[in-house]
Write a protein that binds this ligand. Sequence first.
Ligand code: NAD
Ligand code: PRE
Length: 290
Amino acid sequence: MKKIVIFGVGLIGGSFALALKKASATHITGIGRSQESLQEALKLGVIDAFSDTQEANIHAALQDTDLIMIAAPVAQTASILQSIKPHLSSNTVITDAGSTKSDVLACAKEVLGEQFNQFVGGHPIAGAEKSGVTAAMSDLYAGKNIVLTPTAETNKDGVAVVAELWRTCGANVSEMSAETHDGIFAAVSHLPHLLAFALVDDIASRPNAAQLFSFAASGFRDFTRIAGSHPEMWRDISLANKTALLSELDAYQNELSQLKQLLTNEDGAGLQALFNRASTARNAWAKNRQ
Ligand SMILES: NC(=O)c1ccc[n+]([C@@H]2O[C@H](COP(=O)([O-])OP(=O)(O)OC[C@H]3O[C@@H](n4cnc5c(N)ncnc54)[C@H](O)[C@@H]3O)[C@@H](O)[C@H]2O)c1
Ligand SMILES: O=C(O)C(=O)C[C@]1(C(=O)O)C=C[C@@H](O)C=C1
């Protein structure tokens, strides 16, 4: 890959750029809605050049581009693809890093039409509650999972190119359908974020919030770290994966009802059994991850 264009040079796009630059001499152009943050990205050496979203400038930036990475909030995908489409050569591979995949693929199919085969949906399972290019890290993807969601129409060479780029960033690549992806991440990523946002919002809205926060310690910190995440990004993810997320909320509400019942009945054995199952599963997961 000699020339890459990244739409959205924040935590995820910036980390992708830094990892690739560390591994090879790639020329990276950033395109975004904030000139100030693109200037910052240039100053930090994350990108080599940048452009605004004016049509003539996008046209110039996309000349001879090998790969386009879209790393903006998922609701921006349609307008970004629309701005790319008139200038897209048949040799350019397009990929993305969005946290939801069915909505992104549907939008790529609609906007790109017969060039949809050039689009490879992707999602790095790595990130942070921080956002913006100043949070970007060259080793964010080292040892992490990347999920690609090619369809029957996706060009196989394009999939191989995207997989190889992520491996260059140090990641492990796997493939699944967009639907399977969205079901899995509704349960293990999107639901936990909603729960963290909900808990902090509840505490913050109470009259004695200042007192509660002043005594909150590491348990609260660990449960709520992700409530510091980017609100626009999580609005878009929630709306894009609404159906799967609503069933996860139902399942969680059932679990909470069970817990409430055990507590109401002062069922110590039942509570301990539930905590035991969860603790065993959590410790096994953590051990496996190492
Ligand atoms: N943060 C995470 O933990 C994480 C992990 C995996 C995937 N993702 C996904 O990666 C994407 C980017 O997330 P992030 O954490 O890097 O966010 P971020 O806020 O750090 O960066 C997003 C960047 O996109 C830019 N942008 C917004 N609209 C744009 C547009 N129309 N055209 C071009 N640029 C635009 C913003 O100005 C910003 O620089 C999201 O789709 C998110 O779902 C995030
Ligand atoms: O570590 C974090 O802060 C994250 O939220 C990363 C995390 C997650 O694990 O849920 C968040 C969203 C992504 O799409 C992928 C990864």
